[in-house]
Design a protein around this ligand. Structure first.
Ligand code: S3P
Length: 183
């Protein structure tokens, strides 16, 4: 297999990682560079609901949001399966840590890449963006990060997402700096 061959041959790549890890930016760049289809799961949820994420949390609470998220995931994966071009999906920060969605994402044919970033970096990034309902304060942010780590650690691959997005895409495509999480 040539370097990067494994990932280039995938039909479905899902980017997981905590809030602020750069899933959307990296996913868009990766898709643009490779001519792949791109789906941002949060955007898919918003379009379907006709509401933005904060409004969904306000009206339905987190459990309601998680239901919409799971439905959007199933729809997205189904559409990806019917597409010729590979699809890259930027998940929401919590998607891979929801047992129902986790089970779907661990099914064969789906490569999950964890955009790994220390919590300090994530805090700094998220502090300047205010539209995340689950970013309340530093203590709860750190706690949620710790709770989700065991899920992210079950991704297929991990990349260093402290690098700039262009470099993260390079890591994904070259495989060299790419760690197989469960190798
Ligand atoms: C969430 C992260 C958000 C969005 C929602 C819930 C989470 O996505 O799905 O606010 O549970 O961490 P980003 O990671 O893209 O901010």
């Amino acid at each position: 297999m040539p370097p990067g061959g494994e990932i280039r041959n995938r039909k479905l790549i899902c980017l997981a990682g905590f809030m602020g890890s750069g899933k959307t930016t990296v996913g868009q760049l990766l898709a643009r560079q490779m001519g792949w289809h791109f789906v941002d799961l949060d955007t898919a949820i918003e379009e379907r609901a006709g509401l933005n994420i904060p409004a969904i949390f306000e009206r339905l609470g987190e459990p309601g949001f998680r239901e919409l998220e799971h439905e959007a995931l199933l729809r997205t994966l189904g559409e990806a399966a019917g597409r010729q071009r590979p699809t890259v999906v930027a998940l929401g920060g919590g998607t891979f840590a929801q047992p129902q969605s986790f089970a779907v994402l661990r099914s064969p044919g789906c490569a999950v890449i964890w955009l790994h970033c220390p919590v300090e970096d994530l805090l700094a990034r998220c502090a300047v963006i205010t539209n995340r309902p689950l970013f309340r304060d530093e203590a709860s942010f750190r706690k949620l990060y710790e709770q989700r780590l065991p899920f992210y650690e079950q991704a297929d691959y991990r990349v260093d997402a402290t690098a700039e997005p262009r470099r993260v895409v390079e890591q994904i495509l070259t495989m060299e700096d790419f760690e197989k999480v469960n190798a």
